[in-house]
Ligand binder design. Structure first.
Ligand SMILES: Cc1cc2nc3c(=O)[nH]c(=O)nc-3n(C[C@H](O)[C@H](O)[C@H](O)COP(=O)(O)OP(=O)(O)OC[C@H]3O[C@@H](n4cnc5c(N)ncnc54)[C@H](O)[C@@H]3O)c2cc1C
Length: 546
């Protein structure tokens, strides 16, 4: 007996098959402003590809079919492989082909990091697990390139645009990816407590062979071709390149113990690993491990902020799209005053996040400029802290706009909400970022001047901003209880930077709403609380156009 489907009324359509880039006003304008404009055509192509139903379907499939650990073969011999769904491999193939892993290093040119930031932000709208190996490979290049020539073959493979998932020695591969292992059971933020030991085989020093014994409590993307790993050598904590295979073609002793059943994406694997006298090459001098791996970390932190901005934009897009099609109490949701306030407020947060992260990305393009390096040093932890902290709030509020449908796993929102807190812990949690801001200010006082150079020129444009800035600069000069106040100070630096950028570049309705809502002392945390007089339609129109 056939059953007739009930008539489907008042459900919004799928938001697919649109250009993620050309509909994104804030990103499109920031690209030109921050120096990445020459890549506009490529980003327009990428935006169309990423907005296609094919890509959204691949993203969903990769997250519905999590990777599987194959620790042992059927006879009990070690395999230490992870099997991924074909959707994962297809996403990785496209991501690497677009150069979103190491493009700016492979083809250095003015604006390359800004353009990649824009592409990476768009990718974050579609799938987030694949961004993990991309980011780690992006950061590994400067970490390895700043050392001796020993790592040149690795660098060549990292810069390839071919994704090669073969589990085999890199000598036979067309491309490679690199992961990272710092965190151990007894401490992740405080890596000085690492207990993994590294012993030299025949002489010590960069490029020489060591054997690593110990563990890592988190090692994401374990099918990468190598990992930058921290371990204790005689002279202290040191950084090693630990490949999956030895030069003689045998499998390295990285024993994958378990995959984490984690909050966040389901597409990527995060493993626990044991090193049983694993082969590794010392990257920088013994005892310089933290400095060496931090070269990688600063790029990861940039990506965390960019990724969160992308995730927010997709969630707000979904919310606005739904509200434009769904009716309640006789009217379309997007026309109801309170919903208009919620949507506009979410859109404003997104605009501010995109504007700030793209400005930070520009500081990565000016690699050898002193002012840009100082700004990068202070602004990276500020932006990573604030933008990543805003993501769960934005994604959660956007999810509620879809009503009950938002909470259902086969819709677009649930996996994105699960993803939203992840960037905040990756490569340094919220508190660690705020403490890093204090460290930057204390160790290199010129970072405060670099920040002031971004903020002070906007003085005189608006009395609310002037008051906010004066109070912030005074409080930055007050050393009392600095650690206790680190979050509050960091948040205010981020808000002041967002306000300054909106004052400088507009658009006017966003700037006005930001000043009226975000610079108010004791401002309430919930979205949908913009004061009277804001141009709500103009704010929302920035997300998907009219
Ligand atoms: C999905 C996922 C994937 C990961 N992948 C990797 C990976 O590939 N490689 C890797 O090395 N790590 C990875 N990590 C680990 C991650 O980097 C750590 O969890 C993180 O650095 C925090 O370390 P921890 O878990 O030991 O927490 P802890 O260091 O114990 O911190 C616990 C809490 O204390 C706070 N805290 C710490 N010190 C201070 C202080 N001085 N003052 C105030 N507050 C403080 C922190 O902010 C945090 O909130 C991954 C984590 C997750 C969730």
């Amino acid at each position: 007996m056939s059953r007739a489907s009930p008539e489907v009324l008042n459900q919004s359509s799928e938001l697919v098959d649109y250009n993620l880039f050309s509909t994104h006003s804030a990103l499109s304008e920031a690209l030109a402003r921050e120096g990445g404009g020459t890549d506009r055509a490529e980003l327009t192509r990428l935006g169309a590809e990423l907005g296609s139903v094919t890509m959204f379907t691949l993203g969903d499939a990769a997250n519905r079919n999590p990777p599987r650990l194959l620790a042992l073969d059927r006879r009990g011999a070690r395999r230490d492989e992870v099997e991924f769904h074909p959707a994962w491999h297809e996403l990785m193939r496209r991501l690497v082909a677009a150069g979103l892993h190491t493009g700016p290093w492979a083809q250095p040119r003015p604006g390359a990091h800004v353009a990649r930031a824009a592409g990476y932000m768009l990718w974050a709208e579609v799938e987030n697990g694949t961004q993990c190996p991309a980011t780690m490979s992006y950061g590994a290049v400067p970490a390895l390139a700043s050392q001796r020539a020993d790592f040149a073959p690795w660098l060549r493979l990292l810069m390839s645009r071919e994704y090669d998932p073969t589990f085999g020695p890199v000598s036979g591969k067309r491309g490679a990816l690199i992961g990272m292992g710092m965190t151990e059971r007894q401490g992740g933020s405080d890596v000085r407590t690492n207990t993994t030991r590294a012993l030299p085989v025949a002489g010590r020093g960069p490029g020489r062979e060591y054997r690593l014994t110990g563990h890592k409590w988190f090692l994401s993307a374990p099918m990468c071709d190598a990992f930058l790993v921290l371990a204790q050598a005689d002279a202290g904590l040191s950084c090693f390149l630990v490949p999956r295979f030895l030069p003689d073609g045998s499998v390295n002793a990285l024993h994958l113990v378990r995959l984490k059943d984690k909050l966040g994406n389901r597409s990527n694997a995060s493993s626990e690993v044991e090193f049983a006298a694993a082969y590794g090459l010392l990257v920088a001098e013994e005892g310089r491990g933290i400095a060496a791996i931090l070269e990688m970390g600063v790029y990861t932190r940039l990506d965390n902020a960019i990724g969160s901005a992308g995730l927010m934009r997709q969630c707000v897009s979904q919310a606005i799209h739904h509200a434009r099609e769904r009716r309640a109490f006789g009217r379309v949701l997007a026309e109801q005053p309170l919903m208009r306030n919620v949507l506009a407020d979410l859109a404003l947060e997104c605009e501010a996040a995109v504007t700030l992260t793209m400005r930070l990305a520009r500081a990565f393009d000016a690699q050898n400029d002193e002012a840009a390096s100082l700004l990068r040093r202070i602004l990276t932890p500020v932006v990573k802290y604030w933008v990543c902290k805003r993501a769960p709030a934005v994604c959660g509020e956007a999810l509620e706009v879809l009503g009950g449908n938002g909470y259902v796993e086969d819709g677009p929102m649930a996996r994105r909400l699960r993803e939203s807190p992840l960037n905040s812990i990756w490569e340094g949690s919220g508190n660690i970022m705020c403490l890093d801001v204090l460290r930057a200010l204390a160790r290199e006082p010129r970072t405060r001047e670099a920040l002031a150079e971004l903020l002070v020129p906007m003085r005189g444009r608006d009395a609310r901003y002037d008051r906010y800035l004066s109070a912030l600069l005074a409080d930055l000069d007050d050393p009392r209880d600095a650690e206790l106040r680190a979050r509050e100070l960091t948040q205010r630096m981020a808000l002041a930077a967002q306000a300054a950028l909106l004052l400088a570049h507009g658009p006017a309705p966003s700037c006005e709403a930001f000043l009226a809502s975000r610079l108010v002392v004791g401002a309430p945390a919930a979205f949908g609380t913009l004061p009277r007089g804001c141009d709500l339609a103009a704010l929302s129109a920035r997300i998907l156009g009219e």
